[in-house]
Design a protein around this ligand. Sequence first.
Ligand code: LRY
Length: 241
Amino acid sequence: MNDKHRSEEDLSMSGFTDRLIASMAGGLVVSCQAYPGEPLRHPETMAQMAAAVEVGGAVAVRAQGLSDVSAVRGRVSVPVVGIWKEGNEGIYITPTLRHARCVAAAGADIVALDGTRRDRVDGLTLAETIRGLKEEYDVVVMADCGSVDDGLFAAEAGADLIGTTLCGYTGERPKTDGPDYEVIETLVNRLDGGRPVIAEGRIHAPDQARRAMDLGAHAVVVGTAITHPTSITRWFCDALR
Ligand SMILES: CC(=O)N[C@H](C=O)[C@@H](O)[C@H](O)[C@H](O)COP(=O)(O)O
């Protein structure tokens, strides 16, 4: 559909999407997550963490779970990338349209969801899920992908942002020591500006973030290396052994 045939509502929605995506260009998104049973697992704690990374210059914050999304949304001014994890294997990142709706209703500006080619548990296709969500909410959709083929599939299905989040976690790609640069670079080239690529997953140092950006990523997401003290402590302890 070209602009001439778009309704004013459509135009303002795409304007919102474009502005939000532009605000993230070249920036660092910080994922603030604590896992079940962990000491920092509390929405208010994650909201404080989000406020701290905003002060440091994060252009957006990623949060998990409806309470965290809501608490973080209330605390920061930058866009919130929301997810809702159900379990930790198979399709577990915002696995269904219902989960996606709830994440949007909790206040996420960007809803990130599983963007792989695997069958979804509610029987909907990725395209149907994205369409269903966008019919109800003015949100940007980020597809968390595990391979180049996933990324191309998700772009075709209507995702606004293509993330490399699941590379190394779906069996399609090896779990590289650092970021999966090969997927980042190939996706940037294959999508050719058609969809921004968000580099996410095992970016543990500033030079790795820089390299992902130099390969053409629109933004990079860092979680563990900034917001997961238990892992960071272990890295240091291991180095001292
Ligand atoms: C695979 C999966 O479930 N990733 C999750 C997605 O939200 C999080 O556990 C990661 O921390 C996040 O992707 C950021 O990555 P890293 O923590 O490696 O910087």
